[in-house]
Design a protein around this ligand. Sequence first.
Ligand SMILES: Cc1ncc(COP(=O)(O)O)c(C=O)c1O
Length: 439
Amino acid sequence: MKGSPLSSILDIDKRHIWHPYTQHASERDPLVITRAKGASLFDESGNEILDLISSWWTCIHGHAHPALIKTLSQQAESLEHVMFAGFTHPPAANLSKALTDVLPGDLNRVFFSDNGSSAVEVALKLAYQYHRNEGNTARKEFFAFEGGYHGDTLGAMSLGRGSDFFTLFQELMCSVHPIPYAHTWEGDNSIASREDEALKAFSSLLNQKSEKGAAIILEPLMQGASGCRFARPEFVRRVSQMAREAGLLVIYDEVATGFGRTGTLFACEQVGFIPDIICLSKGLTAGVLPMAVTVVRDEIFDAFLSESFDTALAHGHTFTANPLACAVALKSLELFEEEETLERVAHIEARNRAQLARLQKHPKAEHPRAMGAMLAFELAGSKGHYKTQDGERLRDWYLKNGLNIRPLGPSVYLMPPYCITDDELTRAYDGLFEGLDRL
Ligand SMILES: Cc1ncc(COP(=O)(O)O)c(C=O)c1O
């Protein structure tokens, strides 16, 4: 590939690039990554960095998986892109069939978009229009958990208004009712009473507001961006049932939890509840290309059918159902079978669980927890949001020592690619504890 010499990449970046979630006036320079393989990234000097957060929770099978790269290049030779209104193609059809086969119940209809936020926007518009198509114009408000994160576009931000991320943009947001979230950890004795309180608060909110409610959206079992906060399946199930009984559509945002992260292919399987709408992205293409889907139950889709375009969903994106992304996503699903990926996740979970006692004893760690391919805890005494002093110091130390671990506020977590080896995991744990000891 032609281009500027490697030595000038950082200068060009600093002159021309605006990075996400970055204060350019004060943050240290980004690392130049030139190669990635399996669970590792390599910088311009060839230094290895274990990617312990799967590059924003995406590359579930590891970087540059040969089968995914082969599928991508084969697909590129036959069809790279075609508009998706009035046309269809084999990768989209085959992926839709495979996805709806593994999703529970009658989650049978797939709407494609490009990223998690867009999948959520589509879910919101669908839910709003569903009630209108059914003749109910009153239902236009949304319910969402405090601390939830559903993306950065305006609608998705509104749903995350219960967190501190978006305070600045409050006046641009649509109406959303935050409900208390009962999160839990290993050895948590107070969870049953905190769940009861949260359910009571939700019940009283429903009594006042449910007639105007279009839908509830939630991240089942694990709130990602607010610090990898876990909830018990029975709590999520009860909230979902109450919402459905009150006439709300139930949207599960499995952008982060989907594709094995919680131990099952989808978190909703452990919850034992089939949502009306499910949003998927991140692991969908195993981190190779941007794509998302919003999948709905048959009954929802049927409400958009009529002789008039007025009841159709007037929404679409230029790269909807890009054939390259669809082909890779289909291969990624096949890899779950071929490589017994969920068994690997179970193995990672067992190894993570074996670290809990050590974390419980560590003076700098509290509220340790493990689920699927996730291990998390809080930094004791560290308060703050998104970036904390301790968290930033830890992140820098980990990076200097070849580990990509990025604390979220006071929460430290590991979400490695499922291909991570036992030796790599041991390296990760050793480094994790050494960083903590040095704090
Ligand atoms: C649960 C959840 N929903 C939605 C999103 C937004 O996805 P994207 O960043 O692809 O827009 C994220 C991103 O982290 C997420 O974790």
